[in-house]
Design a protein around this ligand. Structure first.
Ligand code: PEP
Length: 247
């Protein structure tokens, strides 16, 4: 399967640095070298600017969240239709920072995945356990419950990407062992069967402290079809090194 390397810029970037980062990645992409599929998920304020920069390149654009409705009286929110209109092809949903900061439940995330699909966006659904849950041996149980609770019926593989992001690995420099990641991804593959048409071809990303120095090893694990990259996606050289490791 062709790998996907997605950069989650989170709440980082003003106009000048966001545009400069995107321009540098477009320059590197144009210069060649076999690249995987690349996706940038800047903050909402930069979407249209970055859309202009990546237009005509093979770099695609994603949002970091969407509302369950496409329009209406929801101050401060952004809809999947708006993301699509701004040039997005994807949207990250259920990131652990949103589950924590905004108390997002699986049921809410499920409604957001539906909204993304209605608007023609690919949902990147994030799942993952806390350190306590892992220590208690509940990791597989937690991700199964997140998958069961967050996926609407009738999705096909082309409409969905799953990102396994252990919460304790995000921004910490710690990662699970390759064997631990392989076990979760194999489990996710099975969990998708019967829920998603073409489950075998849903891309399963690993996320959590992916850096240039560990990307090669992480991206060679069975059933790891790419990476969701936070901190290292804010540096063009680091993000590009991860993309090259995937190629
Ligand atoms: C993330 O939050 O999606 C993430 C993977 O962050 P980091 O790469 O910084 O751990």
């Amino acid at each position: 399967m062709r790998k996907l390397i997605a950069g989650n810029w989170k709440m980082n970037g003003l106009k000048a640095d966001g545009v400069a980062l995107a321009k540098e990645l477009v320059r590197r992409a144009a210069a060649g070298s076999p690249a995987p599929d690349l996706l940038l998920c800047p903050p909402a304020t930069l979407l249209t600017l970055v859309a202009d920069v990546v237009a005509g390149s093979n770099i695609r654009l994603g949002g970091q969240d969407c509302h369950t409705r496409q329009r209406g009286a929801h101050t401060g929110d952004i809809s999947a239709a708006m993301l699509r209109d701004a040039g997005c092809s994807h949207v990250i949903l259920g990131h652990s920072e949103r589950r924590t900061d905004h108390h997002e439940s699986d049921a809410l995330i499920r409604a957001k995945v539906k909204a993304a699909r209605e608007a023609g966006l690919v949902a990147i659904l994030c799942v993952g356990e806390t350190a306590q849950e892992r220590d208690a041996g509940r990791c597989l149980d937690i991700v199964s419950r997140q998958i069961a609770g967050s996926l609407p019926e009738g999705l096909s593989a082309a409409e969905l990407v799953i990102a396994y992001e252990p919460i304790w690995a995000i921004g910490t420099g710690r990662t699970p062992t390759p064997a631990e990641i392989a076990a979760v991804h194999a489990h996710l593959r099975v969990a998708l069967e019967g829920r998603v048409a073409g489950a075998a071809s849903v891309r399963l990303l690993y996320g959590g402290s992916v850096k240039p120095n560990n990307a090669w090893e992480l991206l060679r694990i069975a059933n790891v079809d790419g990476a969701l990259v936070g901190g290292a996606s804010l540096d063009a050289a680091d993000f590009w090194a991860i993309a090259e490791a995937a190629a």
